[in-house]
Design a protein around this ligand. Structure first.
Ligand code: ADP
Length: 445
């Protein structure tokens, strides 16, 4: 017990003893000790009740009341309670200020922020931007968000909760020209945060970029075809001293043509939301890929084709062929002479996997996360030497996205690489017996 409390305690005790002793003395003088002492004791109790009442009144008063001066136990209690109350008030004020500041910051955010109750999906709170971007009004407080944003058909997305896709792009219910990027953040067991960002400007810029690349590539195509055509017409035997220069010019114009073609392919894929769902017969597809690999390899590699899936795919024949042949041509180009390239089509879990394995140079792990970016190369000189444009894997990624398929890359430097394309169950269907079949394993050297 602190010193000042102890001394207050002893003081009150001393007062009690003094009152009772005085009462006993007066009682003795009057000849009625016990009635006088009892009256004095009752007086002391009454006085304590009165002090207790004062403390209670102060505690429940709306206005702040200074503690009464004095040194007794009640005064100490009063002072302690007053101090506790003051501290609590300061803390409460600080918390309120903080809450106000947070609210002001959330309200000033350019993104729409909506607090949604998890179970009922009812709107609990939203900021100003939610009115401009999502059209929420104060009357929408407490209504289910899915109903309120009806044209956006969010119900399924919201119902999926934690398993929902992390992001969703949709047109704003206020203005269909506004494109929104929506994110659902489960920040507590009870509440979710729905954040909507206006990405119209970004999408417009992206569109400008895409159009620019597509237009430039398109414009370059015609002059390149002319140059390429004239170069082909030149007979090196007519200009023996120009032979190496002509060969280099032909190689470079071929490279530029390939670059333009790849850029156009990428632009075309980017502009598409979906592709036609045709039946892709995998046996003839594998046969074609094998033929192309042979032509590229000039029989300098061992090529193994394993077709054990016994199923075909749904998708675009043309685009899937372009993706597969990019992987096969990479395997041939990045595998030294004498290496083995294995093309395998197999079932897995519900879906199917097409993998291209080589025993080539391999790719260091640090490069794998960025390998599908445009013009990203592990070794620029090796890519150029092998006639690469740096766009092959980008095309693969885009084609796979349009087929909801996934690319997995496993590689070890000096050992080789495996590029696996995983297709979901919805992309797989039983093989058409009429489709040409390939021996389950064929090997050519
Ligand atoms: P490129 O036209 O340069 O081959 P890609 O987009 O097809 O462009 O591939 C990107 C880079 O990935 C290549 O430059 C190469 O460094 C690396 N790469 C791709 N496939 C393989 C492979 N099978 N083995 C080793 N490296 C590879």
């Amino acid at each position: 017990m602190p010193q000042h409390i102890r001394s207050a305690w002893f003081k009150t005790l001393g007062q009690l003893v003094a009152v009772l002793a005085a009462a006993a003395l007066v009682g003795w003088l009057l000849g009625h000790v016990w009635p006088v002492v009892t009256s004095a004791a009752l007086g002391v109790v009454a006085w304590h009740y009165w002090r207790l009442r004062k403390v209670l009144l102060r505690l429940t008063a709306r206005q702040r009341m200074e503690p009464v001066r004095g040194q007794g136990v009640w005064n100490e209690l009063d002072r302690l309670l007053y101090r506790g109350q003051s501290e609590m008030r300061t803390r409460k004020r600080r918390l309120l200020d903080m809450l106000r500041a947070y609210r002001a910051a959330a309200a000033a955010l350019p993104d729409a922020v909506v607090v949604v109750e998890r179970n009922t999906q009812r709107v609990q709170w939203f900021n100003k931007a939610a009115t401009t971007l999502l059209g929420l009004q104060h009357t929408d407080m407490g209504t289910p968000i899915g109903d309120r944003l009806q044209p956006m058909s969010l119900s399924h997305w919201l119902a999926a909760g934690r398993n929902a896709e992390p992001m969703l792009d949709a047109a704003s219910p206020v203005d269909p020209e506004l494109r929104l990027n929506l994110r659902l953040i489960p920040y507590s067991d009870q509440y979710w945060l729905l954040v909507a960002r206006d990405v119209s400007k970004m999408l417009r810029l992206e569109q400008v970029r895409q159009d620019f690349v597509a237009n430039v590539s398109h414009e370059l195509r015609t002059p390149l075809t002319v140059i390429h055509g004239y170069l082909d017409m030149l007979d090196p035997t007519d200009f023996p001293e120009w032979t190496p220069i002509l060969a280099e010019m032909q190689r470079q114009s071929q490279r530029m043509t390939q670059l333009v073609e790849d850029l156009l392919t990428l632009s075309r894929l980017e502009a598409q939301d979906s592709l036609p769902d045709e039946s892709v017969a995998m046996a003839p597809m594998l046969a074609t890929l094998k033929r192309e690999a042979e032509a590229l390899s000039h029989h300098r590699h061992t090529l193994v084709v394993v077709d054990e899936a016994g199923c075909d795919l749904w998708g675009s024949n043309k685009e899937l062929h372009s993706a597969f042949s990019n992987l096969v041509s990479n395997a041939v180009r990045y595998t030294p002479v004498g290496g083995t390239i294995t093309l395998r089509f197999a079932r897995e879990a519900e879906g199917a996997v097409l993998s291209v394995r080589d025993t080539g140079y391999g790719i260091p792990q640090s490069h794998l996360p960025r390998i599908t970016e445009r013009f990203y190369r592990v070794s620029t000189s090796r890519s150029r030497e092998s006639g690469g444009t740096g766009l092959g894997l980008s095309i693969v990624k885009h084609v796979l996205n349009l087929h909801q398929a996934r690319l997995e890359i496993a590689s070890e430097v000096g050992q080789g690489s495996t590029f696996s394309i995983h297709f979901g169950a919805e992309r797989v269907h039983p093989r058409d017996p009429a489709a040409a079949s390939l021996p389950s394993q064929s090997q050519i050297a």
